[in-house]
Design a protein around this ligand. Structure first.
Ligand SMILES: [Zn+2]
Ligand SMILES: [Zn+2]
Ligand SMILES: [Zn+2]
Length: 282
């Protein structure tokens, strides 16, 4: 196994069941449990690179028995609260954490993320803990290599106005993956750059907020939009015949349960992510 993706959370901002909701999808999730329950979206790459940091990170550590202190890199897609909940970083060190595997952590995000991180952690951040965290503001198209040798490229998503929302291409150990959280159909400049870099993805995880639907333009996607992106990626020669295609970041407003989505998307050659799902890439 050359890379492992662990889908820790797979819901949109409100969670599933949504915090205040009694709709049929949420009622079914509460009743059925298991894969119908989705927490806010987060993906762990191997043991050391984390995509996004929602408020459910604590539950993800408990549910998956993680050693979160093995994470040396956090990639944040954008500053919305379901992707960037930096308050927990005030606990990154003594006296709140002992025997940490990796005492230093680097957080990457756009300049809005950096500002949000600073503001949210300022009231309670200890100087000793602040020194254990490096906060790097990055721009779309920036490439960098993490301490563990993961080659990362930040690419423009299409999401919210006034912020450079990102998706990330991650390359390590001969494997390359492309990880979305919130994004509508990608801008042409993202395709142009991915082609220029000769990226060839072994796995892609798409935004699927709208479930089995086509939204066209907008700040999120449904699986039919994702299928359109997949065709475009084929045209740009960015994928191969064994590329794995995953859908995540689901909203209750798609009006389908996990079981129903799995059934629908099987024919569509998509894997429907659930909390705790592992994808291993050889
Ligand atoms: Zn989101
Ligand atoms: Zn609901
Ligand atoms: Zn968002």
């Amino acid at each position: 196994m050359k890379m492992r993706l662990l889908f820790l959370g797979t819901a949109a901002a409100e969670g599933l069941p949504a915090l205040w909701c009694n709709c049929p999808v949420c009622a079914n999730a509460k009743k059925t449990g298991g894969r119908e329950i989705r927490t806010r979206s987060q993906i762990l790459i191997d043991d050391c690179v984390m995509l996004d940091f929602p408020m459910d990170t604590y539950m993800h550590v408990i549910n998956n028995r993680l050693d979160l202190s093995r994470v040396d890199t956090v990639l944040i897609t954008h500053a919305h609260m379901d992707h960037c909940y930096p308050q927990e970083f005030i606990l990154h060190g003594a006296p709140f954490a002992h025997g940490m595997t990796e005492p230093h952590i680097t957080v990457y995000g756009n300049k809005t993320v950096k500002k949000t991180f600073r503001q949210a952690t300022k009231p309670e951040m200890r100087d000793s803990i602040k020194r254990s965290i490096t906060l790097n503001a990055i721009c779309p198209f920036d490439s960098f290599t993490t301490e563990g040798g993961y080659e990362i490229t930040a690419l423009p998503a299409k999401h919210t106005k006034g912020e450079d929302c990102l998706i990330y291409a991650v390359k390590h150990n001969g494997v390359t993956v492309l990880l979305f959280n919130d994004s509508g159909i990608l801008p042409d400049e993202t395709y142009a750059r991915m082609a220029e870099l000769n990226l060839k993805f072994d796995a892609i995880s798409f935004d699927c907020t709208y479930g089995h639907a086509r939204h066209g333009s907008g700040r999120h996607m449904g699986s039919l939009d994702a299928a359109g992106e997949r065709e475009k990626m084929k045209r740009y020669n960015l994928v191969h015949e064994n590329t794995k295609y995953v859908l995540t970041h689901f909203s209750h407003n798609c009006e389908m349960s996990h079981a129903e989505l799995e059934q629908t998307e099987k024919d569509n050659n998509f894997t429907v992510a659930y909390d705790g799902m592992k994808i291993e890439i050889d």
